[in-house]
Ligand binder design. Structure first.
Ligand SMILES: Cc1cc2nc3c(=O)[nH]c(=O)nc-3n(C[C@H](O)[C@H](O)[C@H](O)COP(=O)(O)O)c2cc1C
Length: 260
């Protein structure tokens, strides 16, 4: 098997880190590779914050749904979807005057621009994850960074057209994390289709979730009043408080982003 495929197949999230820092040279190489990630229009519609301030990490533990390992990670990178830099550049270049001359309204970053910037930021994040992995450095995404938008905006001085779309914790994995079993994935036929999207029916779902169902409900008839994985995921993830907060927070960000 080629070493890139082997690396990709063996990766798993790492949430407990050895107590030693990542060398500056290694960080520099990871960042160099990260900045080579594909980017829409070669515009690099993202910024990366290296969160070195321990007090900020401690705050992130709380604002990201109480995940203590964030504070213990030796390298925490915040990936920001960023249209501010380009919009500031447009203004600095006199696009307002250009628009006046052309008698067309000044266009500001809108929803599509935000999604594109999120794509850029996430692709950069995943590039960093894989580059780190190649040095034996584990990582874990923190999706909860999309919660508490107002707090994060203030904590990191984020302007209007910058959205913290992903936080990634890095560190050398502890022995326990190295030994930890890799989570399973759904079979390819449920995820990869040819030409046309395929809605799944209840027979497909029985097959798709069979193993998870067996594992989760082994020796238990019921969990939280739930009879199956779907009910459990609905309660514990899809309608959980952190998910509701994420929706509120993203709406608040979007309202600020698209206001006139
Ligand atoms: C967008 C995104 C957000 C995530 N957020 C969290 C998180 O907040 N906390 C956490 O412990 N893991 C988080 N993860 C890691 C996933 O739980 C993990 O990737 C998944 O369980 C599969 O496990 P694996 O990465 O070990 O294969 C996140 C992953 C992604 C891609």
């Amino acid at each position: 098997m080629n070493p890139t495929i082997e690396l990709l197949l063996n990766r798993k999230s790492v949430r407990a880190y050895e107590n030693h820092p990542i060398e500056a040279g290694t960080k520099a190489e990871i960042l160099k590779a990260t900045l080579r990630a594909p980017t829409a229009g070669n515009m690099m519609l993202y910024s990366i914050l290296d969160v070195t301030d321990q007090a900020a990490k401690d705050t992130l533990v709380k604002t990201c749904d109480n995940q203590p390992f964030i504070a213990k990670s030796p390298w925490v990178l915040l990936f920001l979807a960023d249209y501010q830099r380009w919009f500031d550049y447009f203004i600095a270049c006199g696009v307002e005057q250009l628009c006046e001359r052309k008698q067309s309204p000044l266009r500001k970053p809108a929803e599509g621009d935000l999604f594109l910037a999120c794509c850029d930021a996430l692709i950069a994040a995943q590039t960093a994850v894989i580059a780190a992995e190649s040095f034996g450095i584990g990582s874990c995404y923190i999706g909860d960074i999309m919660e508490n938008y107002e707090t994060h905006r203030e904590l990191f001085d984020l302007p209007r057209y910058v959205f913290p779309v992903s936080l990634v914790c890095f560190g050398y994995p502890t022995g326990q994390q190295k030994r930890r079993e890799q989570p399973q994935r759904f079979a390819r036929r449920f995820i990869v289709f040819e030409n046309r999207y395929q809605r799944l029916d209840s027979g497909d779902f029985d097959e798709m979730f069979h193993e998870q169902q067996e594992r989760a409900f082994k020796d238990k008839a019921d969990m939280d009043g739930c009879a199956n994985v779907g009910q459990l995921m609905y309660l514990r993830k899809f309608s959980a408080n952190f998910t509701l907060e994420m929706t509120r927070s993203v709406r608040a960000m979007l309202a600020a982003w698209i206001q006139d």
